[in-house]
Design a protein around this ligand. Structure first.
Ligand code: GLU
Length: 597
């Protein structure tokens, strides 16, 4: 679907929406489901996201002369409209960018930060962690948003198009509306109880008191205004009324009278919001079968954990160990790498993270010596000794994984100049904190629930305790893979900690198992994160692979669908293959500028 068609399709109902004064109104004529194409091949640039309108926004910017960075920000801003429970202005994320002219990968850490007043016991009451669900739906979990600064920094440093122009498709989308689909309705319905307790959220997302029906048009004029202000002034809006509103809403969320929901106030101040700084960091780099894999270094655990696991897998020869061997080695590598992630990774501006060690081949060799090709290691396994010594030996107790939501959005873009972006952005839980900034059209994140609330009985978790200005550890893993210094793959996914295993599985499926990218995308997913059981999608259970791995001692347990990835492959003939999810979360949409047959 292109943007023009969307506007024509929804234009007829805009007047009706204004008359009724509601966000969602029945469409004048059944617009049918938006077109979704999970695979596109061609030249001139590409976009893949979870949503046709977001893909169209990116494509429109590419078409008008923007580069991959501009298109990524345009698509992300559009996701803030159509996927407001996963991504948006009130959240954070990680932006990985391959600059073709420089031949170099840059990364931006746009993770939310803790308020200056947040101490390490912020989530404890009487020495005990507060109930997790109460932490999610609270002002306390709201970090200073990093997304506005990420968009501004990326476009200013690397873009070719003014922010004003980049934001235009998303502004139009928010103003004109998009057609509600089943996923949007379901996500609203899942959240309806808590949304109903916040007047600003209920007014926007429960028009008439109920989730919008599929086929209706959903408009968000408040968000259009917020985006307009941002398009004109950039992050200066955070120094002004919008920033003040974010802080005031987190500090004292308004609830409906008489609710018995416990909603704790937050610690965020206007100074925290206005003072947010995006961090340019050196990428996490590892080599895998001669490819250069670039990911997000801490504060995300994505890059180090994917990189370490790949390094461990690389110690085995896929031809020697066969398909089941590769699958087994992947599960074991994830197990070991997660043990290290949970023990060692946190915000590097606040704690020492042995990033170089975790990504080194020498360390991977030590960790790989624990792998038995004939039997699964009993999990949880302890972390390795990152300070040196014998990596096969335990170094302390296994650390817990922590709590992460399953929301978030990932997108990939490429342009005619050869630049590539892989960008994951989030407000953490599906529906974030559930708290909408009144009159601003976006929900605040609950990303600070990604901190460990306290050190465990075994002494683990210290690296990821809250602290003033600290970023909670993430699992987001936007990744770009180079072959002989040129882009080969760009990929990522939502899914909390399963992000890491999905990115790992996609790379291994493509590179070691020889699946095409669309086949790798459709392949049933499994997720081993240093637990006795490996989560698996229903389609994996009962498969021959499950039987073979079970014979090696793996135990699988069914979990809901894992991830909603988006990826690009750059072919040797110069064409780009853009791939979105075919089914998960309702399916995504991939497009290229000049399709080829
Ligand atoms: N908060 C999670 C993280 O930073 C992301 C949540 C998700 O993907 O749903 O890793």
């Amino acid at each position: 679907m292109n943007v023009d068609r969307r506007i024509i399709r929804t234009g007829a109902v805009v007047g009706a929406a204004l008359l009724l004064g509601t966000a969602a109104v029945p469409a004048a004529a059944d617009p049918g489901p938006p077109d979704r194409d999970p695979v596109a091949v061609g030249r001139g640039g590409a976009v893949a996201t979870a949503d046709p309108d977001a893909t169209a926004a990116g494509l429109e910017i590419l078409r008008s002369g923007g580069n991959a960075v501009d298109a990524a920000v345009a698509a992300a801003a559009a996701l803030g409209v159509t996927e407001p429970y996963s991504a948006g202005f009130g959240g954070g994320g990680y932006f990985v960018y391959y600059d073709a002219a420089e031949g170099r990968v840059h990364t931006l850490d746009g993770r939310e930060t803790a308020p200056a007043a947040m101490g390490e016991d912020a989530f404890l009451e009487d020495g005990e962690p507060i109930p997790f669900a109460e932490a999610v739906t609270s002002g306390l979990s709201v970090g200073a948003p990093g997304t506005p600064a990420t968009w501004e920094h990326a476009v200013r440093e690397w873009g070719r198009t003014p922010l004003r122009r980049v934001m235009r498709p998303a502004i139009e989308l928010a103003e004109d509306g998009f057609t509600v689909d089943a996923t949007f309705q379901q996500q609203t319905a899942q959240n309806a109880d808590r949304f109903a307790d916040f007047p600003a959220t209920a007014e926007l997302f429960l028009p008439g008191g109920a989730p919008p029906e599929p086929g209706t048009v959903f408009r968000n004029p408040d968000l259009a205004d917020t985006y307009r202000a941002f398009a004109a002034k950039g992050t200066r809006v955070l120094d002004g009324a919008i920033g003040a509103d974010i802080a005031a809403t987190a500090a004292d969320p308004e609830t409906v009278p008489g609710t018995d929901r416990v909603v704790r106030p937050g610690l965020l101040t206007a100074a925290d919001v206005a003072g947010y700084e995006v961090a340019e960091r050196a990428p996490a780099h590892s080599e895998f079968r001669g490819l250069d894999v670039y990911g997000m270094a801490p504060s995300s655990s994505g890059g180090t954990t994917v990189g370490e696991a790949l390094n461990i897998i690389e110690t085995f020869d896929p031809d020697e160990i066969g398909d089941t061997g590769v699958r087994h080695a992947t599960l074991e590598a994830a197990k070991l790498a997660f043990a290290d992630r949970n023990a060692y990774v946190g915000d590097p501006d606040h704690v020492d993270v042995p990033t170089e060690t975790l990504l080194s081949d020498a360390y991977a060799e030590q960790r790989a010596c624990a792998v038995d090709l004939g039997a699964a290691l009993p999990a949880p396994v302890p972390p390795g000794d990152a300070a040196g010594g014998d990596g096969c030996a335990a170094a302390g107790e296994p650390a817990p994984e922590g709590n992460e939501g399953m929301s978030t959005a990932h997108l990939v873009t490429a342009d005619r100049w050869g630049n590539v972006v892989s960008y994951t952005l989030s407000i953490e839980q599906t529906g974030g904190s559930g708290i909408t900034v009144p009159g601003r059209g976006f929900i605040l994140n609950n990303e600070l629930t990604d901190f460990d609330f306290r050190v465990s009985d075994t002494g683990a978790g210290a690296n990821n305790l809250p602290a003033p200005g600290k970023r909670p550890r993430s699992s987001m893993a936007p990744t770009i893979v180079l072959r002989h210094g040129e882009p080969y793959l760009a990929l990522g996914t939502p899914g909390g900690a399963t992000i890491i295993t999905t990115v790992l599985q996609l790379i291994v499926d493509r590179v070691d198992r020889g699946l095409t990218l669309p086949a790798a995308m459709a392949e049933p997913r499994v997720s081993q994160r240093n637990a006795a059981q490996t989560g698996a999608e229903a389609a994996f259970l009962g498969s021959p692979a499950e039987a073979e791995l079970t014979a090696l001692g793996h135990e699988f347990t069914e979990v809901p669908e894992i991830g909603a990835a988006a990826a690009l492959e750059f072919r040797r003939d110069g064409r780009i293959q853009a791939v979105a999810e075919p089914e998960r979360r309702g399916g995504g949409h991939a497009a290229v500028l000049r399709p080829s047959r």
